[in-house]
Design a protein around this ligand. Structure first.
Ligand SMILES: Nc1ncnc2c1ncn2[C@@H]1O[C@H](COP(=O)(O)OP(=O)(O)OP(=O)(O)O)[C@@H](O)[C@H]1O
Ligand SMILES: Nc1ncnc2c1ncn2[C@@H]1O[C@H](COP(=O)(O)OP(=O)(O)OP(=O)(O)O)[C@@H](O)[C@H]1O
Ligand SMILES: [Mg+2]
Ligand SMILES: [Mg+2]
Lengths: 227, 227
């Protein structure tokens, strides 16, 4: 479903050029569960943003569901981002003045649900991540790990077929991390595609395939025999 | 040097009261290296903020260096925060429009250094965390782990005697985490006090003492025989 060929992403900084991605070619099929690992700064989030249609490569091609993403209009891209992809950002990106309930319900507005339906679905999503008693709280009234879980709940609320999770357990204790991993495992069983960045091997081991990045390139692509 | 007695911290939310800390009594001596662990929402960051003089308890007492913190003026507290304590925040709290160099140099302005001295010290601090080639970058031009390292460099720049680090390696790969842990180990050898929150056991094992929190209380306080 996801196919990139020789993707690069450059940033110009004054007279310097930063090659965040150099030449990344990867194919991910429907229903796969892939973990990306690699050193800080190796390009993982940059690749996730391109796959999630939030950023455009400087060169190379990206095909999603057989469509050349560079040929899609802004509307078509927005449609994909809202309906087909759920994104857990490394820095959460929650609305600071909205409650967890409203933050989680946000993607449902695009999906056309009524306020009553949105609130019911959002409450359920927050219960699924153990935050049923925190839905009035705004982000600054939550712990770091609670904000992370609100970001996870928001990414999953539209039941997207592709979940992109950038460090989904970076601020969570072991037990809470396993609860999130069980959520992902359930979604994977239903046939969804899961792509996750993590620096923790225990978390990467839930995936069926682990891709290692280094310096803007893919260094290794391994099958996990015992997820 | 740090002594809290029956510290509580309550938040009023409408008709509900959240007991972020219930009754926390702890003593930490000069030169100790303590790790705090515990479930998401158990009160770790709340306790760190009180210890770091960024927040006041709802009840109970906090003595720092034999001084009753509740008796200190705003100026005296600001002095302590700038000179004696270095804080790595769970959410980094960098100035979004400043470069990493200026972010790291910020605490030095209070210390009275000239611009030339501040820039030299800040460059060295960034090199120590592997970001010598990133000092022009603003936070949104850095990866998650790079921002985390800028936050670490900023906390250490004034050579504070007490380092409070809330999840300092949450976004870092193994190798980079060890580099940060080596930095902390060096500071500890020089006699500084290190208090760190982490959810990773490998990281907690660098400390000499591990305190477990649960539901706003201290559950366990163990000595680590083999740091
Ligand atoms: N401003 C606030 N208003 C209401 N409740 C709050 C506020 N800030 C924190 N809390 C609550 O206090 C509790 C403790 O929060 P704290 O940030 O100390 O947890 P933590 O142990 O650091 O968690 P994590 O590991 O997820 O970072 C949480 O349940 C949180 O929802
Ligand atoms: N807007 C930008 N301008 C310049 N350089 C950038 C920009 N955004 C990212 N970079 C650089 O691109 C590289 C890759 O960044 P990226 O965020 O993809 O890394 P990462 O693998 O996710 O790292 P981490 O594990 O620390 O989150 C980094 O070296 C970073 O400094
Ligand atoms: Mg990243
Ligand atoms: Mg916290």
């Amino acid at each position: 479903v996801i196919h990139t060929e020789n993707i690069s992403r450059r940033y110009k900084m004054g007279s310097e050029i930063i090659n965040a991605l150099k030449s990344v070619s990867i194919s991910i099929n429907f229903g796969e569960y892939v973990a990306f690992m690699g050193p800080s700064g190796s390009g993982k989030s940059t690749l996730m943003n391109i796959i999630g249609c939030l950023d455009t490569p400087s060169s190379g091609s990206y095909t999603l569901n057989k469509r050349d993403v560079s040929r899609l209009s802004e509307d078509e891209l927005a449609q994909i981002r809202n309906k087909e992809i759920g994104f857990v950002f490394q820095t959460f990106n929650l609305l600071p003045r909205a409650s967890s309930l409203d933050n989680v319900a946000l993607p449902l507005i695009y999906a056309g649900y009524s306020k009553k339906e949105r609130d019911a679905k959002a409450k359920k999503a927050l219960e699924d991540v153990g935050l049923g008693d925190r839905y009035h709280h705004k982000p600054n009234e939550l712990s770091g790990g609670q904000r992370q879980r609100v970001a996870v709940a928001r990414a999953l609320i539209n039941s997207p077929s592709i979940i992109l999770a950038d460090e989904p357990t970076g601020n969570l204790d072991t037990k809470t991390s396993y609860e999130i991993m069980n959520l992902f495992a359930e979604l994977h069983k239903k046939g969804n595609t899961i792509i996750m960045v993590t620096h923790e091997e225990d978390i990467a081991n839930y995936a069926h395939r682990v891709v290692f990045m280094r310096d803007g390139n893919i260094e290794r692509d391994d099958i996990n025999e015992n997820p």
